[in-house]
Design a binder for this molecule. Structure first.
Ligand code: ANZ
Ligand code: ZN
Length: 894
């Protein structure tokens, strides 16, 4: 008997699939299309991860099956190749990042081919290819022209050692002696926050549509919920609190703090006001502040923390009272203290809150620490106040002060108002509106979603195609001055509201007045002409960031200096590059338009081909990309749709269905990591056990969306299964004489049905186990009819393609098994199948009843209760519980 030799089999078939056998998607083919998409990898130096294998194999199974079913399948792959790790590697090893990238891609490509993933390699894309990023830059220019790209001063994470601005994703959280700290990913130094002019993309303009359109797509619930949370739509009101000051001589009486609250119904319970440390009004009121030195010290401290640290749950709240000023509660005229505290964030709402410690946990913690009063103003419906207050003695209604001291628990829900003047007895929902109205508040909606910081001070990214021109600025300046006067007036009125800031910025952009200040000199912002794209990355000597934190490109004087495309004057280039989220925001369109000349990628003719392929039928990727990448790419797609780069017929969403695979953990249950030394290398596994074994094991390891630890035993089990399948071929008899043996035939039908349905439902683990059941069934017969064996090989093919091809060829077939149709099964034959169900009453066997196999509990109960024998035993009794084991047993507990 010939032994199963995957190495030989696999390299043989991989070679065949390279040439004529290569799977190709055909634009405009008359067959129905299927577009399967996996997140393209970042070609890191570490090579392919077993996590990639899980996702890529799963969709490979679906793609291969769909081809057999007669679909024109697009299953492409490419490289998301810009990014910091490659840049760091290049700096360390003194090679060009492009060289490092090419080397890594070659390794990845080889690895993927060795796994037998049926990608259409003719459509490969690479985000670092100038022909590709030309279009990434083109999209940026369109956004700029539509007022969606603007420059603003933003707080960034600054590494004082590397002298570089880091994006949030480049900062890691680490525990230090002083608690959690944010440190630089490169060097481990604690980061600070700094303000820097950055390019921003206005994703918030799409917040509502990104939220509402989730209704029109099929995303798993986990993914949908995390998108909803990330967008964080929050409806509430803005309410103004007047500021008074102890020294009336300098009190102009016109200062207000505007707060954003989702709970205006709790206004009577506000006992202090909190400002974010960055709130502009603090410095504006400096003259009135009695403890300025102390306040300033606190503001400095707050700068060192990241937002994540600031809002971390359970972290001790800090703050400082701003002495010398008070805020007036507009509902009851009570004066209350004002604090600066970093649990209030500058970038959300108005950057100021009214604190209601009786009904908000964060405020409660803070109030306890600083000895501030806590007032209960909401009573849970249907409870008396005793249980809410958590105190044993019930207070008399008008004993408000002592009520304040006794509140020990926070009630965050809605309810009925108390201690709220004329609103007592009203329900929260109604009171929200009425109180807002009474105090002249304004109903508003805020989103947790922020605009996207789009600048990076790195080399290895797409250059932002913008030019700064001094001469254009001078020409425009005279017009600008008059326009600016009105804009400035607006700006002074709402200095702290970033949204207004943005509006100002944008109206400037639209009118062509946008400018930046570089080293104290103003320049007009001029977009690079579309015909000049791509703006290619220049060759630089060093990829290290500059001393000032500017991008390495800024040191390239010959590249930076350029003639202004508008006036021909001396101008300079933007030296920031795009984040590595840029190229991945539209790559699914690049695959679909791959057959088109690069000059037309997103313009003109391609519309038809996009109509043909889009939307993506199924997009699978990591749960960790659910918020950033998935949201960013939906945003870019919607924008392209709005400007007509994507045809209307495709609809406003790029992905019809989105799923996520669970992480593959190490055998020890921890995350795989070089530092733990527990990384499983897919190459080594494929070498030792075979690619088919690796594929099948990762499909079999557990439910697709669950995190699963690696198990070498599990892998060995799968390998033994493949060996068993291999040995079955020796029992095949051809041609077969009489009809198939009935039970074997049924088993095969059942297997075809289950494997097919499970693959579509992405239940790969149960599909594999059904194949195992079938193999066991075939192992016990002496002769295996060829017809049956053929069916088995076909349904095995998408999962273990190498072995299936070899077995198919062994049946003297000339063509690939993937040219075959997906086998059918006889539904009726399956329906006819019956089993004997053991029926118990109170645990005692009372009858054996024949029911159709796979009957549900409901069906079985209905049938069984009609049986005379059972009727007798159940007469006069009530069934309290039914225990049902499908196809085996039913037990009535009375
Ligand atoms: C008073 C109040 C009473 C609040 C109460 C809550 C409960 P979401 O739902 O996340 O939008 N808040 C507003 N701006 C903030 C900022 N910049 N930083 C930190 N917290 C801020 O949360 C809205 C609530 O979070 C607002 O409603 C405000 O506290 C706080 F019983 O106002 B609330
Ligand atoms: Zn110019």
């Amino acid at each position: 008997m010939e032994l199963y030799n995957p190495k030989q089999i696999e390299s043989k078939w991989q070679e065949k699939w390279e040439g004529e056998g290569a799977p190709r998607a055909k634009d405009f083919d008359s067959k129905p299309k299927r577009y399967y998409l996996v997140e393209f990898p970042y070609p890191s130096g570490a090579g392919l991860h077993v996590g990639h294998v899980r996702s890529y194999t799963a969709l490979d199974v679906m793609a291969r099956k769909a081809r057999m079913e007669g679909f024109n399948v697009l299953y492409p792959i490419g490289w998301d190749a810009f990014g910091l790790p490659t840049e760091n590697y290049a700096i360390k090893n003194k090679i060009h990042p492009r060289q490092a990238t090419e080397k890594n891609i070659a390794v990845f490509r080889q690895q993927l081919k060795q796994l037998g993933i049926s990608f259409d390699w003719s459509r490969e894309v690479n985000t670092t290819d100038p022909d590709y990023y030309k279009w990434t830059q083109w999209i940026f220019l369109q956004m700029f022209k539509h007022g969606l790209a603007y420059k603003a001063k933003m707080p960034i994470n600054w590494c004082p050692s590397c002298k570089i601005g880091l994006a949030n994703e480049e900062v890691v959280n680490r525990s230090t002696s002083s608690g959690q700290a944010s440190v630089c990913e490169r060097c481990g130094t604690e980061t600070e926050r700094r303000e820097k002019e950055q390019w921003m993309l206005k994703i918030t303009a799409y917040a509502d549509r990104l939220l509402d359109d989730l209704e029109t797509v099929d995303y798993s619930e986990r993914i949908r919920a995390s998108q909803v949370n990330w967008i964080g739509k929050s409806e509430g009101a803005e309410i103004a609190f007047k500021i008074t000051s102890g020294s009336p001589s300098i009190n102009s009486g016109t200062d207000f703090i505007e707060v954003f609250t989702t709970r205006p119904d709790t206004l009577y319970g506000a006992t202090y006001v909190v400002l974010a440390p960055e709130h502009e009004i603090i410095s504006k009121l400096q003259l009135k502040i009695e403890n300025w030195a102390e306040v300033e010290r606190y503001l400095e401290e707050a700068k060192k923390k990241t937002e994540i640290e600031r809002v971390a749950e359970g972290k001790e709240k800090t703050g400082v009272e701003i002495k010398g000023i008070k805020a007036v509660n507009p509902a009851n005229g009570e004066e209350m203290p004002v604090f600066a505290a970093d649990y209030v964030l500058a970038g959300y709402g108005t950057g100021a809150i009214m604190a209601v410690p009786g009904h908000d946990n964060r405020d409660f913690e803070f109030a306890k620490k600083y000895g501030l009063p806590v007032v209960k103003v909401i009573e849970e419906k249907g409870l008396d106040s005793r249980s809410v207050i958590g105190n044993d003695k019930k207070k008399s209604e008008n004993d408000k002060m002592s009520d304040r001291e006794d509140v020990k628990e926070v009630y965050e829900g809605d309810g009925v108002l108390v201690n709220s003047g004329e609103f007592d007895g009203m329900e929260s929902e109604e009171a929200k509106d009425k109180i807002t109205k009474k105090v002249g508040g304004k109903k508003t909606v805020h989103y947790h979603l922020r605009d996207w910081i789009f600048s990076r001070q790195h080399y290895w990214g797409e250059p932002i195609p913008i030019i700064y021109c001094r001469k254009c600025w001078e020409t425009l300046n005279s017009i600008r001055q008059s326009a600016d006067e009105t804009l400035n007036a607006d700006f002074i009125e709402h200095p702290r509201r970033s949204r207004d800031n943005i509006k100002t910025q944008n109206s400037k952009l639209k009118e062509g007045f946008d400018y930046v200040v570089i080293d104290g000199i103003e320049y007009a912002v001029v977009p690079v002409g579309e015909g000049e794209l791509p703006v290619e990355l220049p060759e630089v000597e060093s990829y290290e960031p500059t001393e000032t934190g500017e991008s390495p490109l800024s040191a390239m004087e010959e590249w930076v200096k350029i003639k202004c495309p508008k006036c021909g004057g001396e101008a300079r280039r933007e030296t920031d590059t795009m984040p590595n989220w840029a190229g991945s925001s539209w790559y699914y369109l690049a695959y679909a338009t791959r057959g088109i000349s690069n000059d037309e990628f997103l313009i003109s003719k391609n519309k038809e081909v996009l109509k043909y392929w889009m939307p993506v039928d199924l997009y699978n990727g990591g749960m960790e990309h659910t918020t950033l990448h998935l949201l960013y790419s939906r945003f870019w797609y919607k924008f392209l749709y709005d400007i007509g780069a994507v045809p209307k017929e495709v609809g406003p969403e790029p992905y019809a269905r989105r799923r996520s695979h669970g992480v593959v953990l190490a055998e020890d249950g921890r995350k795989m990591s070089k530092s733990y030394g527990n990384v499983v290398n897919p190459d080594e596994i494929a070498e030792r056990y075979g690619a088919d074994a690796l594929r099948l094991y990762e499909l079999f390891m557990g439910p697709f969306s669950d995190a699963i630890p690696w198990s070498t035993n599990g892998l060995k089990g799968v390998r033994r299964f493949l060996e068993r399948v291999w040995s079955l071929k020796d029992k095949v008899v051809l041609p077969q004489g009489q009809g198939l043996k009935n039970d074997l035939k049924k088993l095969m039908y059942k297997t075809i049905k289950k494997v097919g349905e499970d693959i579509e439902a992405m239940k790969f683990n149960t599909a594999v186990s059904q194949l195992m059941i079938a193999a066991n069934g075939m192992a016990v017969v002496k002769e295996l009819p060829r017809e049956l064996w053929e069916k088995f090989v076909k349904i095995l093919a998408p999962l273990a393609p190498h072995l299936a091809e070899e077995l198919w060829e062994g049946l003297e077939n000339k063509e690939s098994v993937f040219r075959e149709g997906w086998p059918e099964y006889d539904e009726e034959a399956l329906c006819g199948e019956t089993v004997m169900l053991a029926v118990q009453v109170d645990g005692k066997l009372r009858a054996l009843v024949e029911v159709s196999a796979g009957a549900t509990e409901e069906q079985a109960v209905a049938l069984v209760r009609e049986e005379e024998k059972i009727k007798v035993w159940l007469a006069g009794k009530t069934v309290r519980k039914t225990i049902f084991v499908p196809d085996k047993l039913i037990n009535f507990v009375t």
